[in-house]
Unconditional design. Structure first.
Length: 247
């Protein structure tokens, strides 16, 4: 392109310096020099100008093809976007379903564990109650035996001292005291057994309450993670053991 500009400048200089024709606006230029300069310009013009002209001639065709390719690209991009969106929705729904299944499994396991713990607590409570009753019965029987023995001893002593009224009165008083002591001891032992059983049941109730609160918090966290902060499960009522129940 530099040769083109150089040749054009030289051609302008030839025309400007050409001898004028009197009485006209024309001039006389050296034909050979002008033709040489025009040949230089023709040779210097790159072939890309011809290609550019071809492009201009085929402009509408090229634009139409480009628009068609762009439309195809947009259609392909739209289809790919819809496919990716569908795939993402499917994966999201699968993840939510998996999370819900895991939450339900966790809650089910927690409920089974709570039921197992409660059954074990009831069994231990029953065992303790039965042992306490057996011990109370044994102590009561021992008290009765002691009472009968003391009565028998008192009666024997009374028979031996039947002639001595004061001694007989003392024997009756001692027998009565012994019976009262045996009865009080039996009542005390029974009360201690009842207190021990009640304390163990209170411990089991506290343990089960903590386990159920843990399960409730776990369910709340699972529901908030899966449903974007949905309300936590509601605690309803109380069981027969005084512990909260979970829906």
């Amino acid at each position: 392109m530099y040769r083109v500009f150089e040749s054009l400048d030289a051609l302008v200089t030839v025309v400007e310096e050409a001898r004028s024709v009197p009485m006209t606006a024309n001039c006389v230029v050296p034909r050979g020099d002008v033709l040489d300069l025009l040949d230089d310009v023709r040779e210097a013009i790159p072939g890309e100008l011809d290609d550019a002209q071809d492009v201009l001639d085929r402009r509408d065709e090229i634009i139409s093809a480009a628009e068609q390719e762009a439309e195809e690209a947009r259609s392909t991009a739209t289809e790919e976007a819809e496919r990716l969106l569908t795939q993402a929705r499917t994966e999201a729904e699968q993840m939510v379903a998996d999370a819900r299944a895991e939450a339900e499994r966790t809650v089910s396991d927690a409920r089974r564990e709570a039921e197992r713990t409660l059954a074990e607590a009831r069994r231990q409570s029953t065992d303790l109650t039965e042992r306490a009753r057996a011990e109370a019965d044994r102590l009561s029987e021992a008290g009765r035996a002691a009472h009968d023995r003391y009565i028998a001893d008192g009666q024997a002593e009374q028979a031996r001292l039947v002639a001595q009224a004061e001694v007989v009165h003392a024997a009756h008083a001692e027998a009565t005291r012994l019976v009262d002591d045996a009865t009080a001891e039996s009542d005390r032992l029974r009360s201690e057994c009842d207190g021990y059983v009640d304390a163990r049941l209170a411990e089991f109730e506290d343990t089960l309450s903590k386990a159920l609160r843990t399960v409730s918090r776990g369910r709340s966290q699972l529901w908030r993670g899966a449903q974007g902060g949905a309300p936590a499960p509601v605690l309803h009522g109380r069981s027969g053991t005084g512990m909260d129940l979970i829906d």
